[in-house]
Design a protein around this ligand. Structure first.
Ligand code: NAD
Length: 438
């Protein structure tokens, strides 16, 4: 089956490469010439484990190609996926659909023959109707079906998630489009990936409801962590104690600095706007957004408190900048408000991240980037663990202690055991657990 992927970002590139790996012939289109030039030369625009090999293999097998030319790719395709960005619109938090509609106009002008246009971008409920209307406006003669097929992959585990999804949601009531989508996903279906057909609007809303629910879980355990700190309980044990209950589940119950990334912050905001437009208050999601914003803003205060309020002129070593491990994505990362607040209070900030320093450089200034965790810690006054990369999980604690001017660690991801930190004589502040003083 010939597939055109419009937008070759995290989702478009992973989806395109995985569909090619299933045997489809995929053309990935992007309007960013530098991105396409890099891909043609074998350079990945993002860090994602396993992606480079997957892309190289499918390019070699001639099932995957890259171009900036949308029209020929669309003309030849039976299925056109939309995977362009839908960021928060400045000012009101509504999903900015200008990239979607821009691409749809171009697609409409180019389609030939029966074509299924699939919205993989996360878009507010009802967008599929508008996409369909636009296509009819540009090309009243076009034989097109518009389908919603939201993506649930997680950055850092994207290929595995795409190839072994919990479910594939397809929003269409058109029989012919259903057949085409079943064919696109046949290899996954054979792997028992359940294909869930719904009405298009339902499918669009499933994506936002899923993200809002997961964001709620994270925010819930973060508030319980605050209570644990005051009440002398341990949030990791509380999370385990509740997570073993099947009705609750153990995932997304890790207390930390607040959620960030390219999806939860913008999707929770967009869902609130949708609620307002329909006159339906979504008070739980509203609270989640407010609590999470306040939490991210408060994390720098923990660092300042660990130095007894004396932060001006001190050197802070940040371990991790990406919003989570195994990605270089810095969008809405909790590290950003932490760095800004510490700099605002007169601290000197340096940082090390295994993958995200190039991206971080674009959004943070006056940060001293270091080439390893130990290099970053050398001569710093406090270490702050912001992202739980595996390589930070087993640091040589004696060496860390010798490198720091004073043995102070603020661990926003709870990756060390309190006993170990106590034994090594650290002042150790983590989330939702008692601190240790040397
Ligand atoms: N990143 C994730 O983990 C994730 C997970 C699930 C869903 N999503 C959703 O998928 C969508 C894409 O997200 P992303 O993170 O891949 O975005 P991204 O910003 O990484 O990529 C979007 C790409 O689309 C390109 N583009 C924009 N307009 C175009 C046009 N007219 N023609 C061709 N290319 C065009 C941009 O140049 C960019 O490379 C969003 O709606 C997002 O919410 C993302």
């Amino acid at each position: 089956m010939r597939v055109a992927m419009i937008g070759t970002g995290y989702v478009g590139l992973v989806t395109g490469a995985c569909l090619a790996d299933f045997g489809h012939v995929v053309t990935c289109v992007d309007k960013d010439p530098a991105k396409i030039e890099g891909l043609l030369a074998g350079r990945m625009p993002i860090y994602e484990p396993g992606l480079e090999d997957l892309v190289a293999r499918n390019v070699r097998e001639k099932r995957l190609s890259f171009t900036t030319e949308l029209a020929p790719a669309v003309r030849d395709a039976a299925v056109v996926f939309l995977a362009v960005g839908t960021p928060s619109r400045r000012g009101d938090g509504h999903a900015d659909l200008s990239y979607v509609y821009g691409a749809v106009r171009e697609i409409a002008a180019a389609v030939e023959g029966f074509t299924v246009v699939v919205t993989k971008s996360t878009v507010p409920v009802g967008t599929g109707d508008e996409v369909e209307r636009l296509i009819r406006e540009v090309r009243p003669d076009a034989d097109v079906r518009v389908v919603s097929n939201p993506e649930f992959l997680r950055e850092g585990a994207a290929i595995e998630d795409f190839k072994r999804p919990d479910r594939i949601v397809v929003g269409t009531e058109d029989e012919r489009a259903k057949e085409v989508m079943a064919e696109v996903y046949r290899p996954l279906h054979l792997n028992q990936g359940p294909l869930l057909f719904t009405a298009r609007r339902t499918s669009e809303l499933i994506k936002y409801a899923a993200n809002a629910f997961l964001a709620t879980k994270v925010t819930f355990i973060n508030e319980i962590a605050d209570l644990c700190e005051k009440a002398g309980a341990n949030v990791q044990e509380v999370a385990r104690g509740i997570g073993l209950d099947n009705r609750i589940g153990s995932k997304f119950l890790h207390a930390g600095p607040g959620f960030g990334g390219s999806c939860f912050p913008k999707d929770t905001l967009a869902l609130l706007r949708t609620g307002q437009e329909h006159g339906v208050p979504l008070r739980i999601v509203e609270a989640v957004v407010g609590v999470n914003d306040a939490r991210k803003a408060a994390m720098a205060r923990r660092v300042i408190a660990a130095l007894d309020g004396n932060i001006a002129g001190k050197t802070v070593a940040l371990l991790g900048l990406a919003f989570k491990p195994n990605t270089d994505d810095m969008r809405d990362s909790p590290s950003i408000p932490i760095v800004l607040a510490l700099q605002d209070k007169g601290a000197k900030v340096r940082a090390y991240d295994p993958q995200a320093m190039e991206e971080a450089h674009k959004v943070l200034s006056d940060v001293g980037y270091r080439s390893s965790a130990y290099d970053c810690l050398d001569g710093a006054d406090v270490a702050v663990i912001v992202t739980e990369w595996d390589e930070f999980r087993a640091l040589d604690l004696e060496r860390v202690k010798n490198l720091l001017t004073q043995p102070v660690i603020v661990d926003l991801r709870n990756i060390y055991r309190l006993e170990d930190m106590k034994r090594h004589g650290f002042r150790y502040e983590s989330i939702g657990r008692e601190g240790t003083a040397p």
